[in-house]
Design a protein around this ligand. Structure first.
Ligand code: KIV
Length: 276
């Protein structure tokens, strides 16, 4: 029992939900990246990233789809279990794909699979207040949950494209309210995508749990980027919030280390990566 923990390098103890909560309390920014395979996961972990997400963005950057909608639970499990083999420090979160959490029992079955077969330590699902019951059900069964609000890529066909959310004051107020309701329902983490700086700051201030931003400005508790975007692998236009870290750093490991340093020092995101 606990052999794996003993084998870990205890100079950098593994991150868990308590570590993330402490980082929020102490104001230490949480550096997060996505990963989808063992080789990249190893260097992301070595770079000092606190949290790795096996995101359903893999549908776009690995599988070549236009959206995340076609990704399945089996796809996430496949990638999550190979990423898990490389991690000794970072906390592993796996995405619940489109329509894999529409009913509480279905959500629980799929979350259990992501944790048991995919070795995930937390699951992430998209949605606002409407997902309260699902989050409650998972939390009641001790499944750690990250609630993804703001731009929700799984809803791209319903909302008509990838765009900034919460510019309208009513919408912004609802988003703060959603974040609070979701944490009351048991969410341990909030991921906030593509919102104006001011709203990012308001959500982070109002939430007790850490709020990780992607395109949510500098005043949140942590940052996440899609690995292939920040390494300049993604071809064509990338979102405004992406910074290419490899051009200056020269190697993938150095780029991830530069990202961690820029998040920790709050040098990233800079004004040119933010929405107003
Ligand atoms: O799937 C994904 O990679 C995400 C991003 C917001 C990081 O959810």
């Amino acid at each position: 029992m606990y052999v794996q923990l003993k084998q870990r390098d205890m100079r950098r103890p593994p991150v868990n939900v308590s570590t993330l909560a402490r980082m929020k309390r102490e104001g230490e920014p949480i550096a997060c990246l996505t990963a989808y395979d063992a080789s990249f996961a190893l260097l992301v972990d070595q770079s000092g990233v606190d949290l790795v997400l096996v995101g359903d963005s893999l549908g776009m950057v690995i599988q070549g789809h236009d959206t995340t909608v076609p990704v399945t639970v089996d796809d996430i499990i496949y990638h999550s279990k190979i990423v898990a083999r490389s991690l000794t420090h970072a906390f592993l979160v796996a995405d619940m794909p489109f329509m894999s959490y529409s009913e509480p029992e279905q959500a629980l079955d799929n979350a259990v699979r992501l944790m048991q077969e995919g070795a995930a330590m937390m699951v992430k699902l998209e949605g606002g207040m409407g997902q309260r019951k699902i989050v409650e059900h998972l939390a009641r069964h001790d499944i750690p949950v990250c609630a993804h609000i703001g731009l929700r890529p799984q809803s791209v066909h319903k909302i008509g494209g990838f765009r900034v959310h919460g510019r309208d004051p009513d919408q912004a107020g609802q988003m703060v309210e959603s974040a609070r309701r979701l944490e009351d329902a048991g969410a341990d983490l909030v991921l906030l995508e593509c919102v104006p700086n001011e709203l990012g700051q308001a959500v982070a201030r109002q939430c007790r749990v850490p709020v990780i931003g992607i395109g949510a400005g500098p005043n949140v508790d942590g940052q996440i980027l899609v690995l292939y975007d920040m390494l300049g692998i993604t071809q064509g236009p990338v979102p405004k919030f992406v910074r290419n870290f490899i051009d200056e750093a020269g190697s993938p490991l150095a780029a991830c280390e530069a990202y961690v340093a820029a998040v920790k020092s709050r040098e990233y995101p800079a004004p040119e990566h933010c929405f107003s």
